[in-house]
Design a protein. Structure first.
Lengths: 116, 110
């Protein structure tokens, strides 16, 4: 998992607070994917971003969730007014421009969000 | 929509045994397939990546095969070791995202 940095590793929020999860892709990578892993479930796609653009957000809940990948800085997954059901591990993966389908994902170590 | 299934959900074997993990997918129009390992509370470590045009990939004691037409992949682990204990995830890639199976939890008993 070296290279894709996610922080924080663990995040505890009370119901109704906001959670901000950060992902710094590998150097030179301009494509970021976010996945969510609920307890006892597989990883589910949430959103695919390139620098300054959301390419596919079909897996993202319509309310309370948003994501961005600015020209400078990390990608941010933001969850507003968190509820207990948001408790999960959130993983970020990156790809380099032009690698397309020839390469697989490189994943970060994840952020484990607990809503109390 | 792509559906990925992994069987068995859990597997326990004595050390030294060879074993096979199975992955099936419903849409054969894939670009590649990737096997990952996930340790408890940790991230995902890529093990093997197979392009759609390939039949198999090998890395050390691991061998992954792909039969795209039948929608199946297997991960073969030779001479299993306690350190192989983890959850193994299969992911297939279509035009955009990867679709993941729910994994096989492997325990290798010393």
């Amino acid at each position: 998992n070296a290279g894709v940095m996610q922080n924080p590793r663990h995040l505890v929020r009370r119901r109704g607070q906001e959670a901000r999860l950060r992902c710094s892709p590998m150097k030179g990578h301009s494509h970021v994917y976010w996945y969510r892993q609920l307890p006892e479930e597989g990883l589910k796609f949430m959103v695919y971003l390139q620098k300054e653009n959301i390419i596919d957000e079909s897996g993202m809940p319509k309310e309370r969730f948003s994501a961005e990948f600015p020209k400078e800085g990390p990608s941010i997954l933001r969850i507003q007014q968190v509820v207990r059901g948001d408790s999960a591990a959130y993983f970020c993966a990156s790809l380099a421009t032009g690698q397309g389908f020839l390469h697989g994902y490189t994943f970060g170590s994840g952020t484990r969000l607990t809503v109390v | 929509k792509q559906e990925v299934t992994q069987i068995p959900a859990a597997l326990s074997v004595p050390e030294g045994e060879n074993l096979v993990l199975n992955c099936s997918f419903t849409d054969s129009a894939i670009y590649n397939l990737q096997w990952f390992r996930q340790d408890p509370g940790k991230g995902l470590t890529s093990l093997l990546l197979i392009q759609s045009s390939q039949r198999e990939q090998t890395s050390g004691r691991l061998n992954a095969s792909l039969d795209k037409s039948s929608g199946r992949s297997t991960l073969y682990i030779a001479a299993s070791q306690p350190g192989d204990s983890a959850t193994y995830l299969c992911a297939v890639r279509g035009l955009g995202q990867f679709y993941f199976g729910t994994g096989t939890s492997l325990t290798v008993i010393p």
